[in-house]
Design a protein around this ligand. Structure first.
Ligand SMILES: C=C1C[C@]23C[C@@]1(O)CC[C@H]2[C@@]12CC[C@H](O)[C@@](C)(C(=O)O1)[C@H]2[C@@H]3C(=O)O
Ligand code: AKG
Ligand code: FE2
Length: 357
């Protein structure tokens, strides 16, 4: 696996940390094998040569920039988040706060065309066209990656995951995040301890930085993230002994970052891991990110695939529908390990397995 290194400075030490990169121009079999290894070891991978047209990315970025530059009263017309819509600082329904504003949209074209009327009052048709084309391209990338995961895992039905994102009732979302600049933060010597938000958006493990989007795992199957050229994304390494180390992933606006979600962890019986991650809002320039969250239809039953259950890998999760999982997740804080609520009872060998909807 190609591993990129990054040197990170924490309060105690300077260390070299690593994260995986897969190039989609490599031979498919090799890329699939490395993709699976990355999803097993990190739950995360940077993908280059992904084939999503630059023009679609640039248009989506421009629409986000146009929206976030509107006066607050205009942006509020697309809010409050229900959870969909425009939100500022408040994330979810349970008191989580971050230094960001965002637009959270369903990926369904008819939802987008309705919502566009409040997001881009001057030209809602243009806005819908740009978002729909971006979603189409990124969904295709997600499906290609999921098929490669199916191949790399040696599944008989290699399309078992991608089919869920192609279902007409799929519950995939798209999110545009905008993290405001933090003036003075990039100066030599830094002033990372200064926090104009009055310390509200910090946690003990932030290393003195300002939290844009707090620690969490993504609940869906797979997330496809990209950002502008401003750093901020960090992933938590899966080191059980010390609670993990935050690995800063440098921004690369021409790459996509793939994040394994809770539903894929459950379907692979824990073989692929949903990575905990967060976004810092530490830069003197605004950071923007766009995330596609690939999700199944609400009625889809998520359950470990039979091929993933073996004598040395007994069933780890109960079967649940995506609607049941969403209900649980919206009742919990951002940082909750929500998949733990669905752990199988150790003595229960009788639950049916497979995917149905
Ligand atoms: C606090 C919350 C926000 C969130 C729903 C939740 O109750 C727990 C999961 C959060 C999350 C994280 C990844 C995505 O950004 C998101 C859209 C999702 O599906 O789960 C958010 C939810 C949200 O902002 O509504
Ligand atoms: O902005 C980022 O880099 C991370 C955003 C994120 O994790 C999310 O929207 O779920
Ligand atoms: Fe996330």
């Amino acid at each position: 696996m190609v591993i990129a290194s990054v040197t990170a400075e924490s309060n105690e030490r300077i260390s070299t940390l690593e994260y995986p990169v897969v190039d989609l121009s490599w031979k498919r079999g090799r890329a699939a094998e490395l993709l699976v290894r990355a999803c097993e070891e990190f739950g995360f991978v940077k993908v280059v040569n992904h084939g999503v047209p630059r023009s679609d990315i640039a248009k989506m970025e421009a629409e986000g920039a146009r929206f976030f530059a509107l006066p607050p009263c205009e942006k509020q017309k697309a809010g409050p988040p229900t959870p969909l819509g425009y939100g500022i600082r408040s994330i979810g329904f349970n008191g989580d706060m971050g230094e960001l504003e965002y637009l959270l949209l369903h990926s369904n074209p008819s939802y987008i065309s309705q919502k566009a009327k409040t997001i881009c009052r001057k030209d809602p048709i243009h806005f819908s066209g740009v978002v729909n084309e971006y979603v189409k391209q990124v969904r295709q990338l997600a499906c290609q990656l999921l098929d490669m995961v199916g191949e790399g895992l040696g599944l008989q039905d290699t399309r078992v995951f991608s089919r869920l994102l192609q279902d007409s009732e799929n519950d995939s979302l798209v999110r545009l995040n905008h993290y405001p600049p933090w003036p003075g933060s990039d100066r030599a010597g830094g002033d990372a301890d200064r926090d104009p938000a009055g310390g509200k958006s910090r946690d003990k493990r932030s290393g003195g930085g300002r939290i844009g989007f707090g620690e969490h795992s993504d609940p869906q199957i797979l997330s496809i993230l990209r950002s502008n050229d401003v750093d901020g994304l960090q992933i938590l390494s899966a080191q059980a002994d010390d609670g993990g180390v935050w690995i800063p992933v440098p921004a690369d606006p021409v790459a996509f970052y793939v994040i394994v979600g809770d539903a894929l962890q459950a379907m692979t019986n824990g073989r692929l891991v949903s990575v905990r991650h967060r976004a810092m809002a530490n830069s003197c320039r605004p950071r923007t990110s766009t995330v596609f969250f690939g999700a199944p239809s609400p009625g889809t039953r998520i359950t470990p695939l039979p091929q993933m259950i073996k004598p040395d890998a007994p069933r780890r999760y109960k079967s649940f529908t995506w609607a049941e999982y969403k209900k649980a997740m919206y009742s919990l804080r951002l940082g909750h390990n929500r998949l733990d609520l669905f752990l199988a009872d150790p003595d229960d060998h009788d639950q049916e397995s497979g995917i149905s909807n």
